[in-house]
Write a protein that binds this ligand. Sequence first.
Ligand SMILES: [Zn+2]
Length: 358
Amino acid sequence: MARKALSLDEFQKRFPDEAACAAFLVKKRWPDGFVCPACGCLRPAELKSRAYTYECLDCGRQTSITAGTVMHRTKLPLITWFRAAHLLSNHSNGMSALQLKGQLGVTYKTAWLLEQKLRRSMIDPDRTKLSGIVEVDQTEIPFRTKKVFFDDARARKITIIGAVEVIDRDTRMTPKLKRKGAIYHDTMAGRIRLAVIPDNSAAAIKEFVRANVEPGSTLVTDGHRSYLNFDDYRHDPHVVARIPAHIPLPWVHRVFALMKRWGLGTYHGLRRQHIDTYLNEFVFRFNRRYHRKASFETLLGLASNGQPKTYWDITDKENPRKGERPRRIMPRRRKTASGMRQDSSPKRAKGRLTLRIQ
Ligand SMILES: [Zn+2]
């Protein structure tokens, strides 16, 4: 059941300094001790000259303990990352970069980038499709445009489609199927999915459904969607005349309402450019609302081996130095466990290890 998150006090006791964070990372990534990714040997030396890096004593390969996590190539202390992930995973509504800046004592730009990077981990790579009884509906949300003070009435809108699993409140399982049009009582929302779609067309809706809902599931939609003919799903349009729309589709409407309030409250309006990431964050939080501890680790990129994102990926800007070869006057040399070594020279480390780790 629900795994309790660490309180701030517990968190600070568990991660008092850089060494504690580094030890946690090593333990998470190599539960049975370090294994060289190049040759598979088990003889690492911890380099004193490069932070969080081990060198294999057999093949000379240097491996960073942050490789494959969001913290890779970071210039920030690990503890800043850990604190940010702790704050973001424990605040049920998330935090704006401004709030994070205040909590961490970093600049706004740093807080913003930290948050963007952590938020990009908020997607589960091997998540399974929704199944059983699934409510599907669309809504519109206004988005914020550059330099214009956010004004709900005059803002432009985008269409969001949502799917919500309907589960039994007591058993947390799919309720017994009823005849079409019948209302499912004593239910609650299970997992959800949200996405931006270009328009309300049947093609766009179907594409979303195929990507997110298991074939054979029952799709509960409002009566206006009865023109949708799904061949591999059981379509259950709920046509209710002169009754407010939120009665036949209570859970998807609840999710939309929460999403809109969250967008306005935490971010003071969502920006078009980052909308997919915001939706992912919302879905991630919603689907893990009973599993906060797991989300802390996922945020740091420990659960999935996601590709680290750069500043240029996040801002969608062109890196002016992309593809340029670094100009070097001297060949690059790096410190190794056995002294200086020129890059791409034969790798063979001998003796003189600084520290063996278990
Ligand atoms: Zn090796």
